[in-house]
Design a protein around this ligand. Sequence first.
Ligand SMILES: *[C@@H]1O[C@H](CO)[C@@H](O)[C@H](O)[C@H]1NC(C)=O
Ligand SMILES: *[C@@H]1O[C@H](CO)[C@@H](O)[C@H](O)[C@H]1NC(C)=O
Ligand SMILES: *[C@@H]1O[C@H](CO)[C@@H](O)[C@H](O)[C@H]1NC(C)=O
Ligand SMILES: *[C@@H]1O[C@H](CO)[C@@H](O)[C@H](O)[C@H]1NC(C)=O
Ligand SMILES: *[C@@H]1O[C@H](CO)[C@@H](O)[C@H](O)[C@H]1NC(C)=O
Length: 401
Amino acid sequence: MKTNSWILLHFCVFILLQITCSQDPLTWKNIDCGTEAPRVGPNFLTWEMDHDFTPSGINKRLPENQPLDEMTTLRFFPNRMDQNCYTIPAYKQNLQYIIRAGFYYGNYDGLSKPPTFDLYLDGQKWSTVSTSTIGGPIYVEAIHWTHGSGSIGLCLIQTRNGEVPFISSLEAMPLWTHLYLQMETNSTFTLLNRTNLGGNEIRYTGLLSDEKYNRIWTSGSIPPNCKKVSTLPDSTTPTLQNDPPKLVLQDSITSNTSDPIILTVDSPLNWTSQTAYLVLYFTETATRPTIDDTRIMDIEIDGRMMYTVGTEINQCKVVTLYPVPLVGPTTNIKLAPSRLSTLPPIITAIEAFTRVNIDVHNDPPPPSSAASGDNSTSGAWKRFCVPYIVFIYISSAIFMF
Ligand SMILES: *[C@@H]1O[C@H](CO)[C@@H](O)[C@H](O)[C@H]1NC(C)=O
Ligand SMILES: *[C@@H]1O[C@H](CO)[C@@H](O)[C@H](O)[C@H]1NC(C)=O
Ligand SMILES: *[C@@H]1O[C@H](CO)[C@@H](O)[C@H](O)[C@H]1NC(C)=O
Ligand SMILES: *[C@@H]1O[C@H](CO)[C@@H](O)[C@H](O)[C@H]1NC(C)=O
Ligand SMILES: *[C@@H]1O[C@H](CO)[C@@H](O)[C@H](O)[C@H]1NC(C)=O
C-alpha cells in the first residue's frame, strides 16, 4: 500500500514536471507596454514591463481597465527625433518566430483622435497601423525568421503631423516546431486573417492549452447560406501541418445546399504586397448520410481554379496555397462542390498571410543599437528540466528497492 502511493506520487510529479518542462511558453516574451509592474496573466503567462526594451516613450494607463490586462496600459512616443524602437532579445540561432504587436487606443489622450503610423520590423517597413475609437484591440502579427542576430527590432514611426504612435503589447514566440513550411526563411509574412469557422475564439489558455504557439484563432461569422456543423478532429495523423488546435478542428461550416461557400479576406489599407500565403483546414463530420457519399471541393481564388480537395472521415486535410497573386484589396475564396461530389462543401478554418515587400525602402529608421542576446534563465531551465526528471525518476526507483 505504502509502496503504491509512493509510486503514484512520483508518477504524478513526473507527469507534472514533464508537462511543465516540455512547454514552449517558458521561451516566449510577453511584454505589457507601459505597465509599472510585471504580472502573471490568467493563462499563467508572465507579462514583463517594457522599460528594459526601449529607450524612449512615456507610460500611460487608460482611464478604465480593459478585459485583456495588457491593453490597459500603453507607451506613446511623442518625440519624432527619438529612436522609438523596441529591442526584443531572441535566441542566437536561425529560428522562426511569431511576432505580435497589440494596439488599443482607448482615448488615452482624451483627444478622440486615434493615430495612424508605421511599424518597422528589423529595419524593414512592416505595416501601417490605423487605430480606432471603436472596436477592440488591433493586432499586427508576422511569421519572421531571426538569423542568429540575438534580437528583434521593432520601431514605431510617425507619418502624420500630430499623430503620435503608441503600443499596448508586444509578444515574441520562437517556433521550436517549424510551422508554415513553404514560407521562405528570408521573407516575413504578415497575418491577414486566422479564423476558426463555426467555433469560438481560441487562444492559449495555460499549460494544457490546445493552442501551443500563442496564436489567436478569431471566431468567424457564418455566411448566410451556411450552417455550423460538428466535425471530428483528426485522430490519425500524428502532427498536422501547422499543428492547428483540436478545438478549432471540432467545428466547421457547410453550405445548406450545393451552393458554394464564399469567404473573403481583406488586406489592410494601402497594402502593396502582391503575394498571399493561404492555408485552408478541412475536417469531416463524424458520419455521412450514406456510405457512398463523397465531399470533393474545387478551390477558386479570385475566380482562378487553384486546387481540388476531397475530405475523408476521421482525417483532417490541410491545403497550403502559395504563392497566390493578390489582385485587389479583397481576396475571394470560393469552395464549390466538384462534379463528382454528393455532399456540399465544408471548411473548418483559414489562415491568410501576405509576404512583406522586400524592395520597399521608404526612409527606414536607423537600426537599433542596444542589441543583446538572450541568455534567459527560462531557456536554461528548460535544458535543466529533462535531466532533473530523469534524476527524480531514478532516485525514487533506487529508494524503493
Ligand atoms: C529568398 O530565397 C529564395 C530561395 O529560397 C530566393 O529565390 C529569393 O531570391 C530570396 N529572396 C531574397 C530577397 O533574398
Ligand atoms: C441555412 O441553414 C441555417 C440553419 O439551419 C438557417 O439558419 C439558414 O437560414 C439557412 N440558409 C438558407 C439560405 O437556407
Ligand atoms: C477573415 O475571414 C473571415 C472568413 O472569410 C471573414 O469573415 C472576416 O471578415 C475576415 N477578416 C478580415 C479582416 O478580412
Ligand atoms: C493611403 O494612401 C493615400 C494616398 O497615397 C493616402 O492619402 C492615405 O492617407 C493612405 N491611407 C493610410 C491609412 O495610410
Ligand atoms: C551568453 O552566454 C554566452 C556563453 O555563456 C556568452 O558567450 C555570451 O556573451 C552571453 N551573451 C550575453 C548577451 O550575455
